[in-house]
Design a protein around this ligand. Structure first.
Ligand code: GAR
Length: 204
C-alpha cells in the first residue's frame, strides 16, 4: 500500500515561480510526504494557473469581486479546501491578506513564503517587488527569504526556515528579487513543505 501523503493546496495570484518550484520538487522526490492536490488563484489571469494545468493539477479561481466581500471570499475558499480534503495550505505569492476568520480555521496548517528575513521588511504593504525596493532603500547588505506559519498577524507567525542572500552594490529591485527567489525561496519553500507534510502524516 503506498504511504499516506498530506494533501496540499497552493494559493497563488501571479507568475507562480514558487508553485513551479513545488511542482519540480515533487517530481524530483524532494517532496515525498505531501502531494499538491489543488491550486487556487484569486486572479483569473494568473500564469500560475497555466503551470498547474500543465502539471495536471486541479485548479479553482475564487475572486473577492465575485464573492462580494472578504468574508464571502474566505468562506468560498474554505468550502473549496474542505471539499478537497486539504491538509496544508501554501501561500505562494498569494497577494491577499487573510483575516482571522480564515487563519484560525487552520492553525499551523497555513504556510507562507516572504521575500525578506522577517522581522525586516514585512507586514502590511510589504509584498513582491516592494520588499526589495525597501531593502535597497534602507541599505541593508544582507536580505533573504522566510517561510513561516500564517496566523492573524500579517507575516507574524512562527518561522519555519530562513535563508540569507547577499546584496550586491549594483542590485536593482528586479535583480535582487530574482536572486532571492533562485537562491532562497525556491529552495526553502519545498523543504518547508516537506517538513510540515511529514510532521502532519506522522501525527495522523
Ligand atoms: C515571491 O517573491 C513571494 O515571496 C512574494 O511574491 C513573489 C511571488 O512570485 N510574496 C510576497 O511578497 C508575500 N508577502 P511567484 O508568483 O513567482 O511565486
Amino acid at each position: 500500500m503506498p504511504a499516506k501523503k498530506a494533501k496540499i493546496a497552493v494559493l497563488v495570484s501571479g507568475g507562480g515561480t514558487n508553485l513551479q518550484a513545488l511542482i519540480d520538487a515533487q517530481s524530483k522526490g524532494i517532496i515525498t510526504s505531501g502531494k499538491i492536490a489543488l491550486v487556487i488563484s484569486n486572479n483569473p489571469s494568473a500564469y500560475a494557473l497555466e503551470r498547474a494545468k500543465k502539471a495536471g493539477i486541479k485548479t479553482s479561481v475564487v475572486t473577492k469581486k465575485e464573492c462580494g466581500s472578504q468574508e464571502a471570499f474566505e468562506d468560498k475558499m474554505k468550502t473549496t479546501l474542505n471539499e478537497n480534503g486539504i491538509d496544508i495550505i501554501v501561500l505562494a505569492g498569494f497577494m491577499s491578506i487573510l483575516s482571522e476568520n480564515f487563519t484560525s480555521a487552520y492553525p499551523k496548517r497555513i504556510i507562507n513564503v516572504h521575500p525578506s528575513l522577517i522581522p525586516s521588511f514585512c507586514g502590511k504593504g510589504f509584498y513582491g517587488l516592494r520588499v526589495h525596493e525597501a531593502a535597497l532603500e534602507y541599505g541593508v547588505k544582507v536580505t533573504g527569504a522566510t517561510v513561516h506559519f500564517v496566523n492573524e498577524i500579517p507575516d507574524g507567525g512562527e518561522i519555519i526556515m530562513q535563508k540569507a542572500v547577499n546584496i550586491r552594490p549594483d542590485d536593482t529591485p528586479e535583480s535582487l528579487q530574482k536572486r532571492v527567489m533562485r537562491l532562497a525561496e525556491w529552495k526553502i519553500l519545498p523543504l518547508s513543505v516537506e517538513k510540515v507534510s511529514n510532521e502532519i502524516i506522522n501525527k495522523k
